[in-house]
Design a protein around this ligand. Structure first.
Ligand code: EPZ
Length: 459
């Protein structure tokens, strides 16, 4: 099993290009089930979760038609073509490894009239119910039963029918629930209104692609989506938005190493809340080539030409400042940056507070950071962080994708050696993170866990 060996204490500097967004690409790939025409996606990130979903779609009769002959992932262009619509069972064996497989439910149901998908289990960040997904699809007329761990969904002979749906839950909106219901509504008869829809940039990207395919969606980015059903959708050619969570992670890598990093292809417009809090902490994000703020939008985006594909320079104060943050649905502070922020605040000069409102148990990184000397006290969904002057390298265990990223940041900042076990968690959402950090000056290696002892300590 792969392990990272990190020698901390190096300042990071240089340039890194942000990849396409994992959390945008997954529902975009699933949307290829909505048509019998080819769907071409560009800038799809080379990640384990993406390759797993492409494999699952293949089992559902939707095949990648441009896979390179050498079996590599290619340059990020992925063309999917749904050629066999008789296969509609997403098996437990794949779904259990990636609960995001649930995003195939709505598209499969809408076009094929039937879908059987394993109930995704929970995961390291908590219970992951799908009741809102099912509520929304049932409101469109789907007949849904759960049997033997599988969701079995059928469309009555008349097809799905548009409806007005409140899709909010106890933790606010649901991202993939919105993706499922919005996708299904594109082929329903009549108009669907989704109230308390997710406003995440990934949902906006999906709505924009569905509209390219012939859908009629308005309101994307707001809590109210309106979808006017159409009879069928065509293919399209779509470029995936950059990954705001990857970008935020590298911004925080600059913070914890007092670095100076240029991020290319950075979705500044999707990171306004994160940048607000990071600015308070003492992390500064400036456009590389600012243009005159000829409109309110440009000034809000620090003068970037394209607010979703900026070149920005990230620097930080030597002394980081404490802050109080609560995770919220977009446009609030994203839960997917919570673990990374905790590492930053562990090194701030003072006491900070993080409250996790989306996944209240998303704190597996707390115990591991404490092993490295962080002073953290958890009370339910809240953690009080008393900043320390330094973290000390130690062997730690990765648990979920973003907790793993927080541990990597801690290793970059810590004095001495940090061993991060089970980095396969990280590979689900970060492409060759060790190579990209090394290019920025980090001393980091990926080795098999059995070879850790042989890794020489640099002079
Ligand atoms: C998406 O998951 C992301 N994954 C997650 O990123 C992200 O943390 C999450 O949204 C929140 O932003 C992908 O996009 C692939 P939700 P999703 O439905 O859609 C509750 C990462 O690290 N809920 O928005 O599954 C749920 O328990 C991953 O990249 C219900 O109660 O999350 C949670 O408390 C981790 N019933 C809250 O809503 C439901 O039917 C938000 O969940 C659905 C969700």
């Amino acid at each position: 099993m792969d392990t990272f060996v990190i020698e901390g204490g190096r300042r990071l500097s240089g340039r890194v290009r942000i990849n396409g967004s994992k959390n945008a690409a997954l529902p975009l790939l699933a949307a290829s089930l909505l048509t019998d025409q080819p769907v071409k996606l560009r800038e799809v990130p080379n990640l384990a979760d993406i390759k797993n979903l492409i494999r699952l779609l293949g089992e559902l009769g939707c095949r990648r038609t441009d896979e390179p002959a050498d079996g590599s992932f290619g340059d990020g262009t992925v063309t999917m073509h749904s050629v066999d619509e008789s296969l509609s069972h997403a098996r437990y064996e794949i779904v259990r490894t990636m609960r995001a497989s649930i995003c195939t439910l709505g598209p499969m149901l809408a076009r094929r009239g039937f879908a059987q998908i394993s109930l995704p289990g929970g995961c390291a960040i908590g219970e992951r119910p799908v009741d809102l997904h099912l509520r929304g699809l049932a409101a469109l007329g789907a007949q849904i039963t759960v049997n033997g761990g599988d969701i079995i969904a059928k469309v009555p002979s008349g097809g799905l029918v548009g409806n007005t749906i409140f899709l909010g839950g106890p933790f606010g909106s649901t991202v993939l629930g919105t993706a499922n219901v919005m996708s299904a509504a594109t082929l329903a008869k009549g108009v669907t209104t989704i109230e308390s829809a997710a406003c995440e940039p990934e949902i906006v990207d999906l709505a924009n692609m569905l509209n390219k395919m012939g859908a009629k969606i308005t309101g994307q980015g707001s809590p109210r989506l309106v979808i006017e059903g159409v009879s069928e959708l065509g293919g399209c050619d779509h470029r995936v938005i950059p990954d705001r969570i990857e970008a935020g992670t590298y911004m925080m890598a600059a913070a914890v190493t007092n670095g100076d990093i240029v991020l290319e292809n950075c979705p500044v417009d999707a990171l306004l809340s994160a940048m607000h809090y990071l600015d308070t902490v003492g992390v500064h994000v400036e456009a590389c080539n600012p243009v005159a703020a000829t409109s309110p939008q440009k000034s809000a985006h620090r003068g970037c030409e394209d607010p979703m594909r900026c070149c920005v320079r990230v620097t930080s104060d030597r002394i980081l400042h404490p802050v109080e943050v609560t995770t919220q649905p977009h446009p609030g502070f994203p839960t997917d940056l919570q673990a990374q922020l905790m590492t930053v605040l562990a090194l701030a000069d003072g006491n900070s507070v993080i409250t996790e409102k989306i996944f209240p148990d998303r704190f597996l990184h707390v115990a591991e950071l404490s092993r490295m000397g962080a002073k953290l006290i958890r009370h339910g969904p809240t953690v009080v962080i008393s900043g320390v002057r330094r973290l000390v390298g130690a062997p730690v265990m990765a648990s979920d994708l973003r907790a793993s990223a927080g541990l990597v940041l801690a290793g970059l900042a810590a004095e001495g050696r940090t061993i991060i076990n089970r980095v396969y968690h990280l590979d689900r959402g970060y492409d060759r993170m060790e190579d990209r950090l090394r290019a920025l000056g980090a001393v980091i290696q990926r080795v098999d866990e059995k070879e850790v002892a042989e890794v020489a300590v640099p002079g």
